[in-house]
Design a binder for this molecule. Structure first.
Ligand SMILES: N[C@@H](CCC(=O)N[C@@H](CS)C(=O)NCC(=O)O)C(=O)O
Length: 202
C-alpha cells in the first residue's frame, strides 16, 4: 500500500492529482509543512528536509514531488501518463524541469506572500519581482501552447500535472494570466480535471 505524507494545499497536491488520475488506493497522512509534527524523528527519517510531500511504496521512500510523479506515472500508468517513445519522454523531462527551474520559485513567492503573509508584512517588491521573472518563461510556454491542449504528443501526461501544478500556485496567488491566452486556456483545461477536484477534497 502506498502512503503519501502531506496536506492537500502543499506540493503534495501534485502527487494527489497523479494518484487520483491513476485511481490508485493509498493512505493519506496529512503532514502539515509548517507544524511541529514534520520534525518528529519518524518523519525526519523519511524526509530529512522536513518537507512534504513524501511517498512510501513498499521499500521505496521518495521525496521531491516531481520525482514522485515520474515514478508513479512510470510504474502505475505508463500508457496513460508516460510514453514509451524516447523523444516524448525527453519532452516530459524538459517541460517538468523548465517549470521547476524557470517558474517554481516565483510561483511560490507569489502564493506565499499573497496567501500566507499578512498584508501589513507583505513584501510587495518581492511579488513584483516574481511576477516580472515569470514574463519570459510564460511567453515561451504561451507560444509553445498555441493550438495545443497538452504539452507532449498532444495527449495528457504527467508533464501536464507537473507544469500546471506549479503554475497553480501563481494562479491561486491571483497572478494575472490573461496576457498569456494559451497558458490560461491550458490551465483552465488541466486544472478542471475531475481527478484534481478529488485530490483537493482529499
Ligand atoms: N522541491 C520539493 C519542495 C518541497 C517543499 O518545499 N515543500 C513545502 C510545502 S509545499 C514544505 O514542506 N515546506 C516546509 C519547509 O520547507 O520547512 C518538492 O517539490 O517536493
Amino acid at each position: 500500500m502506498i502512503t503519501l505524507y502531506g496536506i492537500e494545499w502543499s506540493r503534495a497536491n501534485y502527487v494527489l492529482f497523479t494518484l487520483e488520475e491513476l485511481g490508485i488506493e493509498f493512505k493519506h497522512v496529512k503532514t502539515h509543512p509548517f507544524e511541529e509534527g514534520k520534525n518528529s524523528p519518524e518523519y525526519l527519517a523519511l524526509n530529512p528536509m522536513a518537507q512534504v510531500p513524501t511517498l512510501v511504496d513498499e521499500n521505496l521512500v521518495l521525496t521531491e514531488s516531481m520525482a514522485i510523479n515520474f515514478y508513479l506515472a512510470r510504474k502505475y500508468g505508463p500508457e496513460r501518463l508516460w510514453s514509451d517513445q524516447l523523444e516524448a519522454e525527453a519532452q516530459i523531462f524538459k517541460w517538468t524541469f523548465f517549470a521547476v527551474a524557470q517558474m517554481d520559485a516565483h510561483c511560490v513567492d507569489i502564493i506565499f506572500q499573497k496567501k500566507l503573509v499578512e498584508e501589513k508584512d507583505r513584501d510587495f517588491e518581492l511579488i513584483k519581482r516574481a511576477e516580472r521573472n515569470l514574463t519570459k518563461p510564460l511567453s515561451v510556454l504561451d507560444s509553445y501552447l498555441a493550438g495545443k491542449d497538452f504539452l507532449v504528443t498532444n495527449r495528457f501526461s504527467v508533464a501536464d500535472i507537473n507544469v500546471a501544478g506549479i503554475l497553480s500556485y501563481a494562479r491561486n496567488g491571483e497572478f494575472n494570466f490573461s496576457p498569456y491566452e494559451n497558458v490560461s486556456r491550458y490551465l483552465d483545461n488541466i486544472l478542471s480535471r475531475s481527478a484534481l477536484k478529488r485530490a483537493e477534497a482529499a
